[in-house]
Design a binder for this molecule. Structure first.
Ligand SMILES: [Zn+2]
Length: 153
């Protein structure tokens, strides 16, 4: 008598090295083993995998970007719809999540936006310049009304 290592049933083995009661259990157990193995492998090689993906990404930046763009172009409507649906369905969750993320990563976010600003200084300057130029009239109106309002009070 033996106990099946998969379903814990007691069975009569037909050979000495039989570990499972039936073929199904054997299959299932092997599947689990494989999954477990893969999980362990991934865990043990986390750094290596990260490095490889990073290296691949760096070596294929343009290609990946193009592929992403192409994919996006092709599936734009689907993606947008999906995003919208997701946002609609998870409004509260997203709000909660981003709030707690902001709270937990205050320093990181500050660092990031500082770095972003520094990296995109020219772009941002260019953007605000063209914005001012395009909205000159509107801004003038705005400042005028602001000025008049502050004069009154
Ligand atoms: Zn079994």
């Amino acid at each position: 008598m033996k106990v099946c290592k998969n379903c814990w049933k007691v069975y009569n083995p037909t050979s000495n090295n039989q570990k499972y009661c039936c073929k199904e259990c054997q299959k299932e157990a092997h599947r689990e083993e494989k999954k477990e193995y893969q999980k362990n492998w991934q865990k043990e090689n986390k750094e290596k995998i990260k490095l490889i993906t990073k290296r691949y990404y760096e070596g294929n930046k343009e290609k990946i970007k193009k592929r992403k763009e192409k994919y996006y172009e092709k599936n734009k409507n689907k993606i947008l719809k999906h995003q919208r649906n997701y946002r609609e369905r998870n409004k509260e969750k997203i709000k909660e999540h981003s709030k707690s993320y902001r709270e937990g990563n205050k320093e990181k976010i500050k660092e990031y936006s500082k770095g972003y600003r520094e990296e995109h200084k020219e772009e941002m300057r260019e953007y605000s310049r063209s914005y001012r130029e395009q909205n000159r009239e509107r801004l003038r109106e705005y400042y005028k009304s602001y000025y008049e309002q502050s004069k009154r009070t």
